[in-house]
Design a protein around this ligand. Structure first.
Ligand SMILES: [Zn+2]
Length: 256
């Protein structure tokens, strides 16, 4: 049994067969799923989705488009976070990948601060998105008086950076790229970070594992990530599933 702690099932790419995709995932050994709803246009759709058993949500505002949001959107977000099936806040974080994102670094930091405060206020963990900004986010987090528990989503930094996040109390999110042949640095991270600190995420419809690379990713493909971690760490697949599931349940306490 596994938990996909990071999916975007409300994405339009699932509009034609969402029900089948979810059914297939649960029939293939997935026990729970967290829908990460970090764009306002998907919030209502996500609220509808989490009415289903074993599907939970994280609500947040993605760093890449913080400039589109106004104060009343954050008020709406605060209401969503109080939903009993909302088990986390995010994705929030820093994204320095796009040229235009460099222009809104201050806005990204401000949004991150607001969302960290909401996580603190409602006692929920954070899902941190970080792209080309690992040192920036480490510096930012260290300056906070309170650091909520959370996960560094789809980790793609170095082993040294991963160790710093673990020391700060974060879990490391492992996604499809760990199965790619050229992901030497990520494989090194998985080998050297204890299994008790790793979380499974598909980030579907993005980042399909090697076997399905170039196609739409789905929650049922999570087994490919499990197999890769098991192979890197020389562990049984069952053990990887069991421990990462425990990790997910201890971080996302709202999962019942
Ligand atoms: Zn995502």
């Amino acid at each position: 049994m596994t938990i996909d702690t990071h999916a975007h099932i409300t994405d339009i790419k699932f509009d034609n067969d969402r029900k089948d995709v979810i059914e297939k995932a649960f029939n293939s050994g997935l026990s729970k799923l967290i829908e990460v709803s970090c764009q306002m246009c998907y919030w209502d759709k996500s609220l509808e989705l989490i009415k289903q058993n074993d599907i939970f949500a994280s609500f947040g505002i993605h760093p890449a488009d913080v400039l589109k949001y106004v104060k009343s959107d954050y008020e709406k977000l605060e209401i969503l976070i109080q939903n009993e099936k909302c088990v986390a806040v995010g994705e929030t974080g820093l994204d320095y990948h796009y040229d235009n994102s460099k222009k809104n670094i201050d806005a990204q930091k401000e949004s991150l601060e607001v969302q960290l405060d909401l996580a603190k206020k409602y006692g929920k963990p954070v899902i941190i998105h970080c792209r080309d900004a690992y040192d920036g986010i480490i510096e930012f987090i260290k300056k906070q008086s309170f650091i909520p528990k959370g996960v560094i989503h789809c980790f793609s930094g170095t082993l040294e950076q991963a160790k710093i996040f673990v020391d700060l109390g974060f879990y490391i999110g492992i996604d499809g790229p760990v199965t790619y042949k050229k992901s030497d640095i990520l494989k090194k991270v998985v080998k050297n970070i204890e299994i008790g600190k790793l979380l499974l995420e598909t980030d579907c419809p993005y980042l399909a594992p090697q076997k399905y690379r170039g196609t739409r990713n789905e929650p049922s493909y999570i087994i490919e990530i499990v197999k890769e971690i098991a192979s890197i760490k020389n562990m049984d697949v069952d053990k990887v599933e069991k421990i990462t599931t425990q990790n997910a349940l201890s971080l996302f306490k709202g999962i019942k």
